[in-house]
Each structure stands twice: as structure tokens, then as C-alpha cells.
Design a binder for this molecule. Structure first.
Ligand code: GLU
Length: 420
């Protein structure tokens, strides 16, 4: 049984009526498809049959005139299969390939399981990518390999370089195949999951759709593996607290199983004005079914589909972690949301987090509701010193200063959910 949640008005969609998926998907020109290890593996190794099925479908999509970017997992799984004799006695041997990265990111470098998993990824990446190269060639397409880390999305220049490379590859008709660079990605610079990477990539190339192929049929009201009465939600128009709660945390009682990162991905993608679908990767021809507008999986719609965010604004608001929060008063909130103004020190009441010049920070109102994100002109320390003060007092408090604004309006992005 399927249902709808978080229904609200949206200008592209008739209020409270079923979404016409056929119409919606008929306009898609560029798609990012994300596959998890479980969709690509059989037992403890990559399944060439599963990979071939995926590549054949993607090739078909491309032949139909839609540009394709693939975000893939499977390196650790492929490497562990080939290093099985080393993994037998280590902590890694207990890992399910589809869970391996989550475990790696939990162990924060102290447990030797991380270098082992990185070694597995290094061994596996070459097989994974070689597999894609061979298979795409078989179907008449060229593939290109791109490995990324959080750092690459954080830095404006690197971000732009990835964007330029991807756009050029797409112009050349090449299919980019992307994975996290597990060798260098630990702690701070690790995105940690390919759901989030795929959302970053969707925003970066301004794709019309992110399709996440999962081991579940979509997003359920509860974890369907534990609760048979759980219902598949067919359309989510707004990511509400109810939906975040249903996604739960990894391995929590309430969680719907691996859905937390998918909801985060949906927030990133729909926040920028694009759509996302979660569908069952094991279902034959599922990509084709989604793109032809069939009622499969869960569709996430943007709060306001008429306003697609510019590439730079996507980078500010959705491609890097927020490093702190500025709590502002009502007057400042009004000036930012309806007056198109910059954020001045006088409107800030409280600061949290540890950020430096140029980081992305959140702006929250008195009810702790986040309504904007922006690039900050001062460090956390400086902002604490100048909050509540008039601009003319800045010189006296922190000596030489270069900005009247803590966040200039050109570097401020209002979050769409705050404008409903
Ligand atoms: N980079 C990891 C791998 O290739 C996967 C990360 C993930 O599944 O989220 O195995």
C-alpha cells in the first residue's frame, strides 16, 4: 500500500492532487544515479551480472538522450572479496559489505579496521572501475573515473574544477563514474556515505533528478524489515520532522533502515529545487520505470519547484557542512527574509560552533528554526565579540575590520522551507 506524506501546496503541482509523474519525468535531461554496494554485490564480491544489468540500463537512458552521471559504491566490497584471507581474522571480517563504510566512519582512525578498509577500497576501486569501463564500452559508451572527498566540495575552487570537468565530460558524451576517495578520506574530510555525495553531485551538475537505487523499495512509514505493516510512501512534498523521525538514525529502533542519509540527500536536492527518487535497485528495469513516470519507489519533490537555485547558492547552502549557528533577533530575520538585507552584528544574539572566515554557517531565529545559510566574514571568536554591537563600534572592539556585515546578502541563501 502506498501513501503520501508532507503534502503542501507547490506552484508546479496541483494542490492536494496526485502528482503526474509522467509529465514530471518527461522533462528530465540529466540524471544522477546512485547505487549502493548491496545492489552490486553477490555474496562477498562484486556481481558482474548485476553490474552489467545496471550498465545496460544506463546506456539505454543515455541513448534516449538523457545525460547520465553514476555515483557508485562497491570498492570496499570488491577489495574485501580479493583480500578475504587478510580479513578473516580481523574485525573487518564481520562486516557486511554494504555496511562497511558506516563501520569505518564510526571507528575514527583508532581502530586498525580503517586502514584495512582503505586498503580494501584501494584494491577494490581498480576492479570496480575496470568493470564499469569494460561494460560501458560493451554498450558503446566511454566511462570516466572521478574520486572525491568532502574537502573537494568544501573548497570553492576545487568544487568549480570538479564542476568544469563533469560538465566537459557530459559535453563529450562520456559517462562519469564517481566514488568517494577512501584512501584519503578520513575524519574531517570524509563525506562518509555515497547518498550525500550523490546529492552534492546532483546539485553540482544541476541534474534534474537524483535516483537512489536502494535495497528497499522506497521510503516507508517504519522499517519494513521489522514491521510488516509499514507503508511505502509514494510522494513526499515536504521533508517534515515526522519524516526525519521516521528515517531515524542508523541502526535505531525507529529507523527505517539506512534511510537517514537518504533523507539528508533529499533535503540537499529538493532544497535546491530538484527532485529525488528512492527505488529498489534489484528490480529489473527500475531506472526505465522511474524515468517513464511509473509509480515506483518514493518521489521527493522540492518545496517550490518553480525556483531552481543557482549553482553558487547551491554550493553555499547545500554542498558543505555548516560549521556554526548565528541566532538572530526578529528584526534581523525580517531584514534578511523580506528586506533582502545583509546580516549585521547588531542583529545577532548568540553564536555557537567554531568557524572561520568563509565557512558556511546557519542563521536561526528565536525559535531555533534555521531559515538561512551564508558565508561568514568573521571567525566564531570575533563574532562573539561583536554580536549585538553597532557597526561603528567594530573598530574599537576588534581593531582593523574589513566588513560591516557578518554575512553579506550576496553570500546569503534563504532556505525555501522558511519561505512557505
Ligand atoms: N566508497 C565506499 C565504497 O566504494 C562506499 C561508500 C558508501 O557506500 O556510502 O565501498
Amino acid at each position: 500500500m502506498s501513501t503520501s506524506m508532507g503534502l503542501s501546496s507547490s506552484s508546479r503541482l496541483p494542490k492536494n492532487r496526485a502528482v503526474n509523474r509522467q509529465q514530471l519525468f518527461s522533462t528530465i535531461k540529466r540524471v544522477v544515479v546512485k547505487v549502493g554496494s548491496s545492489t552490486l554485490t553477490e555474496g562477498t564480491d562484486l556481481s558482474l551480472i548485476k553490474m552489467e544489468r545496471l550498465v545496460e540500463e544506463l546506456s539505454q537512458v543515455k541513448q534516449n538522450g538523457i545525460e547520465v552521471v553514476l555515483v557508485t559504491s562497491g570498492a570496499i566490497a570488491a577489495g574485501r572479496g580479493r583480500l578475504a584471507h587478510y580479513f578473516q581474522d580481523s574485525a573487518g571480517s564481520t562486516l557486511d559489505p554494504s555496511q562497511s563504510t558506516k563501520v569505518a566512519s564510526c571507528n575514527s582512525g583508532i581502530n586498525p579496521v580503517i586502514p584495512e578498509l582503505q586498503a580494501a577500497a584501494a584494491v577494490g576501486q581498480i576492479h570496480l572501475m575496470y568493470g564499469y569501463k569494460q561494460l560501458f564500452e560493451q554498450f558503446g559508451h566511454l566511462a570516466a573515473m572521478i574520486l572525491v572527498t568532502q574537502d573537494d566540495f568544501d573548497h570553492r575552487q576545487r568544487y568549480t574544477h570538479i564542476s568544469d570537468t563533469l560538465r566537459t565530460l557530459l559535453r563529450f558524451g562520456v559517462i562519469p563514474v564517481i566514488n568517494e576517495n577512501d584512501t584519503v578520506a578520513v575524519d574531517e574530510i570524509k563525506v562518509g556515505d555515497n547518498d550525500t555525495i550523490s546529492a552534492y553531485v546532483t546539485n553540482l551538475v544541476e541534474a534534474d533528478l537524483l535516483l537512489i537505487l536502494s535495497d528497499q523499495a522506497g521510503f516507508y512509514t517504519r522499517d519494513p524489515r521489522k514491521y510488516p505493516e509499514a507503508e511505502l510512501i509514494s510522494t513526499i512534498i515536504q521533508i517534515t520532522d515526522e519524516i526525519r523521525a521516521a528515517a531515524g538514525g542508523a541502526g535505531t529502533e525507529k529507523g527505517t533502515g539506512g534511510m537517514q542519509t537518504k533523507i539528508r540527500a533529499a533535503e540537499i536536492v529538493t532544497g535546491a529545487g530538484e527532485i529525488m527518487v528512492i527505488a529498489d535497485g534489484s528490480q529489473p528495469l527500475v531506472i526505465n520505470q522511474v524515468l517513464s513516470g511509473r509509480e515506483v519507489g518514493t518521489l521527493f519533490l522540492p518545496p517550490d519547484a518553480t525556483r531552481r537555485m543557482s549553482a553558487r547558492r547551491r554550493w553555499i547552502a547545500y554542498s558543505r557542512p555548516t560549521r556554526g549557528v548565528l541566532f538572530v533577533d526578529d528584526g534581523a530575520k525580517k531584514a534578511l527574509t523580506t528586506g533582502g538585507k545583509s546580516l549585521l552584528p547588531s542583529g545577532i544574539r548568540h553564536v555557537s560552533g567554531d568557524f572561520k572566515f568563509g565557512d558556511t554557517v546557519s542563521c536561526c531565529d528565536g525559535n531555533q528554526q534555521e531559515f538561512a545559510r551564508g558565508l561568514v566574514n568573521y571567525t566564531a571568536q570575533e563574532t562573539k565579540q561583536i554580536l549585538g554591537k553597532h557597526t561603528r563600534q567594530l573598530q574599537k572592539i576588534i581593531g582593523n575590520f574589513y566588513y560591516d556585515e557578518v554575512i553579506h546578502r550576496d553570500n546569503l541563501v534563504l532556505l525555501k522551507s522558511s519561505q512557505n
